[in-house]
Write a protein that binds this ligand. Structure first.
Ligand SMILES: CC(C)(COP(=O)(O)OP(=O)(O)OC[C@H]1O[C@@H](n2cnc3c(N)ncnc32)[C@H](O)[C@@H]1OP(=O)(O)O)[C@@H](O)C(=O)NCCC(=O)NCCS
Length: 242
């Protein structure tokens, strides 16, 4: 999950739409991978994305799971607002199988001049997660490390239906995101990994680990806040110059 997203897409809307058409055209030509089709997620996909998130991501992302973010219905309005904030940018990717949504990567462009401001939400559990992300965002300070990058593609949220996991679907979503980032002129892409499995994907795709923090070392009032189950022992940030 990433906290650095800002909604600059209104000013970039025209450019995005133009690029979006180009990207869609190139993706439709070669987007079949195994049983899945990969394409840009649209505003009309919102409800299906939220349905899938309520079944899986809201419950089983390592921090969400540890903290018991939602009740059994999997709903969390604050997380869901955060999740779909960048959907209109045309930078998120979905995977469908026989027309059914099975995975998504919610992505957005972050700009170097964006201030990393602390966000406040109603849900105290989600607030803990946002505070953690914000803490790391300040500590990591990505654009300071890449002074020549004026914007970067951020992978915010990746979720795959459990019946499709371990088959390279998330890897393909990240690869598609990287194609979009290049088409949109991003010179940098970064992924903040709360899951060990996402970190494996980034390593495999040749990203560089620039930051890590063991969950055991993140304390508030001298208490460890997150103790997600193994193998999710460390939060990491991976980058790649494009
Ligand atoms: C993390 C997640 C998106 C990965 O999706 P996926 O489609 O299974 O990922 P991939 O098949 O592309 O594989 C990712 C890597 O993790 C490994 N992996 C995935 N699930 C695994 C499991 N349960 N046990 C062991 N290894 C696993 C794969 O072998 C692969 O490693 P490799 O490249 O060295 O072979 C998926 O597990 C998920 O939705 N998890 C819950 C939500 C979440 O944690 N999201 C990410 C937050 S940063």
């Amino acid at each position: 999950m990433s906290t650095q997203l800002q909604t600059h897409f209104l000013t970039e809307r025209f450019d995005s739409l133009t690029f979006k058409e180009n990207v869609e055209r190139s993706m439709s030509q070669e987007s079949s991978n195994g049983d899945c089709e990969y394409s840009i997620a649209e505003a009309e996909d919102k409800n299906e994305i939220l349905d899938l998130a309520r079944k899986y991501f809201n419950l089983d992302e390592p921090l969400n799971e540890y903290i018991g973010l939602t009740g059994p219905d999997g709903r969390c309005p604050d997380l869901e607002a955060y999740m779909i904030a960048s959907l209109d940018e045309g930078t998120s990717v979905k995977a469908t199988c026989d027309g059914k949504l099975v995975a998504f990567s919610m992505n957005g462009i972050v700009y170097s001049q964006d201030e990393s401001e602390k966000s406040y939400v109603d849900n105290p559990k989600f607030q803990k997660i946002l505070d953690f992300l914000n803490y790391n965002s300040l500590a990591c300070d990505i654009f300071k490390r890449y002074p020549n990058a004026d914007k970067a593609m951020s992978v915010k949220i990746v979720s795959v239906d459990p019946c499709m996991r371990g088959k390279g679907v998330a890897t393909k979503l990240v690869e598609k995101t990287r194609e979009i980032a290049k088409d949109l002129g991003c010179k940098l892409m970064f992924v903040e990994c709360t899951s060990h499995f996402t970190a494996l994907i980034m390593q495999r795709l040749g990203f560089e680990k620039i930051y890590s923090l063991d969950y055991a070392d993140y304390k508030v009032d001298e208490e460890v806040v997150f103790k997600p189950k193994k193998p999710h022992s460390t939060y990491t940030v991976y980058t790649q110059e494009l």
